[in-house]
Design a protein around this ligand. Structure first.
Ligand code: PMP
Length: 360
């Protein structure tokens, strides 16, 4: 049996070992049902329990108020880029805050369906900065304002909830959901792909305030109709059944560990270890602005492209993987979501120290 590696992938990402072991134990015969969850009818009472428990655990963890619906949908986060515009653009106007690649993609997708105004674009500072309230150019009377809470590629994260002049705030939380407590009531819609902090690919979670679920427009795809999906409790068609089961196991794990307060405490401790080391080093360059830094994705470089490549190569030999930066930014990126242990980050930092000494 081979040793598991320290996997710093941005998504799909490392999962808690306990979750994988539970899935393994339950694989062939889920709680005496005589079959795996993958083989179950999504209409069976056994599956319905799994589905209801996943939603209930997410609701407890995130303290989701009763006037919000949880939709468990196909298509990851990207599917919601269009679904949000198709459902929420009632007058046809929305403002987008672009702080990285995915918020840019979300804005581009929405612009197919209405009047999209870019309220801020971080391109000029290479997306190393989260805008202050003063830097946001938000219009009056838009249907919603969209932002991306954590920018997976550039490694920045919001640490406040902006004022949207009364418009509902829509947030892509794909890469930091369940990493800290949030006040759901400050958002109109929260959505996320599950494959980073919530489980495996194939599932998009949408948490939406009920009054924003309006009768759908006549010409939109049925699977994008939030009213239909809410009325059918996300089972208009076969849902991504196994991904929902895995999200339930991950949510339960988070709860058993002490919930979102405990996740926040651990994540801050892990990020601090890595970021403090980067800041005192005159070898590594960590350009992300203080105050805009992500606790989930830390993107940095060595003094040269050649050394970046050497770092990645040697990190693999040392038992780590997926430390290569995204092709848009190059360099190194360590994704340290909930399931990455403190020991894993410590192991990385010790490797970085050694690499620095050997290559200075
Ligand atoms: N938003 C963010 C912040 C992401 O990190 C990603 C995936 N890396 C996406 C959206 C796209 O998600 P999906 O692949 O689930 O469509």
């Amino acid at each position: 049996d081979q040793k598991r590696v320290y996997n710093f992938a941005a998504g799909p990402s490392t999962l808690p070992l306990e979750v994988l072991k539970t899935a393994q134990e339950q694989m062939l015969n889920y709680k005496g049902s005589g079959m795996s969850v993958m083989e179950m009818s999504h209409r069976s009472s056994t599956y319905q329990e799994i589905f209801d428990e996943t939603k209930a655990t997410l609701k407890r963890l995130l303290k989701i108020p009763d006037n919000y619906k949880i939709l468990l949908l196909h298509g990851g986060a990207t599917q919601q880029f269009s679904a949000i515009a198709l459902n929420l653009m009632q007058t046809g106007k929305a403002d987008y805050i672009v702080t990285g690649s995915f918020s840019g993609k979300a804005a581009k997708e929405a612009a197919k369906f209405g009047d999209v105004h870019i309220a801020y674009d971080g391109k000029a500072n290479n997306y190393t900065h989260i805008p202050t309230q003063d830097e946001l150019d938000i219009r009056e009377g838009v249907d919603y304002v969209h932002l991306c809470e954590n920018n997976t590629i550039y490694g920045t994260e919001w640490n406040y909830v902006p004022d949207t002049k009364g418009a509902p705030l829509v947030a892509d939380m794909s890469s930091d959901i369940l990493s800290r407590p949030i006040d759901v009531s400050q958002y109109g819609v929260i959505y996320a792909g599950a494959q980073k902090n919530m489980g495996i690919a194939g599932l998009g979670v949408v948490i939406i305030r009920e009054d924003l679920i309006k009768p759908h427009k006549a010409n939109i795809p049925v699977l994008a109709e939030y009213d239909t999906m809410a009325a059918k409790d996300s089972m208009y068609n076969t849902p991504p059944a196994y991904a929902i089961y895995m999200a339930g196991l991950v949510a339960k794990w988070v709860e058993d560990q002490g919930g979102l307060e405990e996740m926040a405490r651990r994540n801050e401790k892990k990020a601090k270890l890595l970021q403090d080391y980067l800041d005192q080093s005159d070898f590594y360059n960590y350009p992300t602005e203080v105050g805009s830094r992500s606790r989930m994705n830390v993107a940095f470089t060595t003094p040269s492209k050649e050394l970046d490549a050497k770092f990645v190569k040697e990190s693999i030999a040392a038992g780590m993987t997926n430390l290569k930066g995204h092709r848009l930014v190059g360099g190194i990126r360590a994704s340290i979501y909930n399931a990455m242990t403190y020991e894993g980050v410590e192991y990385l930092v010790n490797f970085m120290k050694k690499f620095e000494e050997e290559n200075k």
